[in-house]
Ligand binder design. Structure first.
Ligand SMILES: Nc1nc2c(ncn2[C@@H]2O[C@H](COP(=O)(O)OP(=O)(O)OP(=O)(O)O)[C@@H](O)[C@H]2O)c(=O)[nH]1
Ligand SMILES: [Mg+2]
Length: 440
């Protein structure tokens, strides 16, 4: 996420950090660099100008120049101002007073509304709400089907009608939700290639018919400043309540993320970081600022681990480790848990300094995980429990079955042996914390 931006910031900050003493000139030079980084990231020029002015004003204060670590203090100021730019603090999603709470998703074609409907429903269900998704995009039959497929995958209800009236559908959905004790209605609306009156008129009618607690403007981060310009028109006509940034997993430069809040004065509520239905995160300005500056986001990492790692399994595993019964099957389980946390690249980006140092340039290889998984999948249960029965012909069979090579199988078994040895030495050497190698 926003890797290029982070790398550029790291370079600027490294220069600042290295300075034993700062002069007004040093600071001005650094600010010029920061400004360049922002503009290259396609940040709105007015937003960039204001940002620099704010940082400079605070940084040139005497406290900074006289402090023992002036560089660090300037970095802190940049961090704080970045956080302010992104919205200061988290703004949770609102549901309004009435039941059901209505959330309406709007935005241009392909920005990710339908996918977001699924992600949001999935997210809210985990927060103990009962969502209903509404197929109000009546212009493409495929759009309704797309939402239904998402609904089936998640096992969450989708409301649709065969009528060609998005307002009637939305009203019908609210009625349906009331009758069926569903407390949250998420309306997926139709997008157009460009803003046009017809679309806005329809959205306005849906808005007044359903009185949404939230109208979320869905912005494709990949489109940079265009997303911000579009946001301004939507704001004028619909007065939306919040923003969701999608496709932040791609090579978005960051311009939309950094400007949209300042330009629209509406909070960013979520970021979408992948196509899968669990790749949605509530937006935290402070954590985002840290991530962008290469300071990592340990809090999000821990939260993600807590959400995905099965606590009960962890206890069983610990017991097995103690009794030295750790098998390839358990190894496989571990892999699944790591996989559920999302792409390794994303996880690495959350580790402080990870991007800066050892991991730069190192491609974290999700493919390797897939290989390991395929190999273990091709083993019989007996083989997984007693890997020492794996002779040459069995190894050959497994390689063939998993579409890998015998070398791959050998490598995995060697790694597994190493882990077992580590476990044994742990038992003798006291309870040191162990981390598991999971690549090949
Ligand atoms: N990489 C990535 N792809 C995404 C993300 N969100 C959505 N997509 C993809 O973007 C494409 C468009 O998403 P949709 O949800 O269909 O967009 P939409 O706004 O409903 O589009 P229309 O209904 O045509 O207006 C799909 O291929 C999604 O898989 C994201 O956060 N990351
Ligand atoms: Mg759609």
């Amino acid at each position: 996420m926003l890797q290029e931006l982070t790398e550029k910031f790291e370079t600027v900050l490294r220069n600042l950090r290295g300075q034993g003493k700062l002069s007004e000139k040093n600071i001005a030079d650094s600010m010029r660099e920061v400004r360049r980084v922002l503009l290259e990231a396609d940040v709105n020029y007015k937003v960039a100008r204001q940002f620099i002015a704010d940082v400079e004003q605070r940084a040139i204060g005497q406290e900074v120049l006289r402090s023992i670590t002036p560089g660090q203090m300037v970095i802190k100021i940049i961090h704080d101002e970045l956080q302010k730019l992104l919205g200061e603090k988290e703004t949770p999603i609102a549901f309004g007073k009435g039941t059901p709470g209505v959330i309406m998703l709007v935005g241009l074609q392909g920005c990710g509304k339908t996918t977001l409907a699924g992600k949001l429903a999935n997210y809210l269900r985990r927060k103990s709400r009962n969502p209903l998704m509404v197929a109000a995009d009546i212009y493409r039959p495929a759009a309704i089907e797309q939402l239904k497929v998402i609904g089936r995958n998640l096992d969450i209800q989708v409301y649709s009608q065969s009528t060609q009236d998005a307002v009637a559908i939305s009203k019908g959905a609210i009625e349906h939700a009331r009758k069926n004790m569903l407390d949250t209605v998420i309306i997926d609306t139709a997008g157009r290639l460009h803003i046009n009156e017809e679309m806005m008129a329809e959205l306005t009618r849906i808005k007044s018919a359903t009185q949404p607690a939230e109208i979320l403007f869905v912005a494709d981060s990949m489109t940079g400043q265009d997303a911000v310009t579009t946001a301004q028109s939507f704001l004028q006509q619909l007065d939306f309540t919040g923003v969701v940034l999608t496709k932040l997993d791609g090579d978005a430069r960051g311009g939309a993320a950094l400007s949209i809040r300042a330009v629209t004065a509406r909070p960013i509520k979520f970021i979408s970081v992948g196509e899968k239905l669990d790749q949605l995160e509530p937006f935290h300005p402070d954590r985002m600022a840290s991530r962008i500056l290469g300071m990592g986001d340990v809090v999000s990492l821990v939260e993600r681990a807590q959400e995905t790692i099965d606590a009960e399994k962890a206890i069983t595993l610990e017991k097995k480790l103690r009794r030295q019964e750790f098998t390839l099957e358990d190894f496989y389980d571990q892999l699944q848990q790591v996989k559920r946390m999302g792409p390794l690249q994303d996880l690495m980006a959350m580790i402080p300094g990870a991007q800066a140092k050892a991991f730069r340039g190192l491609q974290v290889d999700d493919q390797a995980l897939i290989k390991v998984e395929a190999i273990i999948n091709s083993m019989t249960l007996q083989e997984r429990h007693k890997p020492n029965i794996l002779n040459g012909s069995r190894r050959k069979r497994i390689a063939k079955g998993s579409g890998t090579s015998v070398q791959d199988v050998n490598r995995l078994l060697n790694q597994f042996n190493m882990i077992q040895k580590m476990i044994k030495s742990m038992k003798h050497g006291g309870g040191k914390h162990m981390s598991m190698p999971f690549g090949m």
